[in-house]
Design a protein around this ligand. Structure first.
Ligand SMILES: *Cc1c(COP(=O)(O)O)cnc(C)c1O
Length: 238
């Protein structure tokens, strides 16, 4: 069985190859290790292997992990990204503990995060989650709603609008994957004329990393390929 350290090395080399193939610097793509449902020990192993950025989907579980590592020697170097769906009654612990949120898709959530961000913390880095596939079931806002929300979020005092995120509909062929990611990259290019500080595209998972990097991804979110399959047995809600 391969170790978490070996898995991380493997994923990093895959990211490196994808970047090289399209002439991008290897360090222009950050690996976000998605540790949802995984124990503290697994995160410790990843940290020992040099991993510093972690993604969590469930508020309480994520906060417990952040608190656990807050006294560790690497605490200042770690960054914690909330990437799951957000209920409006769960915004406070997100605002009080996380460094990044990838899944903001409405003004009400953004407003609460800004209001609840403690004054002694750096502003919360925010990505707007866009539904690039137009499916009714997936979360994320439509392209048509994006500019208005970007303007609102950019004006909120305790948030920094950093970019966009999407989880496209699963596609096996490279061209459809690329088209979905390219549509997100194009949207950011347009928004950047008004919001030049936007610099982050969170797109790409294990199965579509190459296309995501080719389209300009700056953060790829990888869980299973690092930590192995997840067991949702006891998880009932966030
Ligand atoms: C779980 C999750 C991932 C990681 O998925 P894997 O298939 O385990 O790599 C990435 N992004 C989001 C938003 C997720 O919820």
């Amino acid at each position: 069985m391969s170790s978490i350290k070996q898995n991380i090395e493997q994923v990093i080399s895959q990211i490196g190859l994808a970047a090289e193939k399209c002439g991008r610097p290897v360090d222009s793509v950050q690996l976000l290790a998605v540790s949802k449902t995984k124990p503290i020990a697994a995160i410790e192993e990843a940290i020992a292997a040099g991993q510093r950025a972690f993604g969590e989907n469930y508020v309480q579980e994520g906060v417990e992990k952040i608190q656990h590592f807050s006294d560790s020697e690497n605490a200042a170097a770690l960054s914690w990204h909330f990437i799951g769906p957000i209920q409006s009654n769960k915004t406070r612990p997100i605002a009080e503990h996380f460094d990044w949120v990838h899944s903001v898709d409405r003004a009400k959530i953004a407003r609460r995060l800004s209001e609840q961000r403690p004054a002694d913390m750096a502003p919360l880095n925010v990505l707007l989650q866009v539904n690039t596939s137009g499916e009714a079931t997936k979360s994320g806002l439509a392209f048509a709603e994006l500019a208005a929300l970007a303007d609102e979020v950019a004006a909120m005092p305790n948030l920094v609008l950093r970019g966009l995120m999407s989880i496209p509909e699963k596609a096996d062929d490279y061209d459809s994957q690329l088209a979905a990611f390219q549509s997100l990259a194009d949207a950011m290019q347009t928004l950047k004329t008004l919001h030049p500080q936007m610099d982050t595209l969170s797109m790409g998972m294990s199965g579509d990393l190459d296309a995501a990097v080719a389209a300009g991804s700056t953060i790829v979110r990888i869980g299973t390929a690092i930590f192995g399959a997840r067991d949702y047995g006891e998880k009932t809600s966030q």
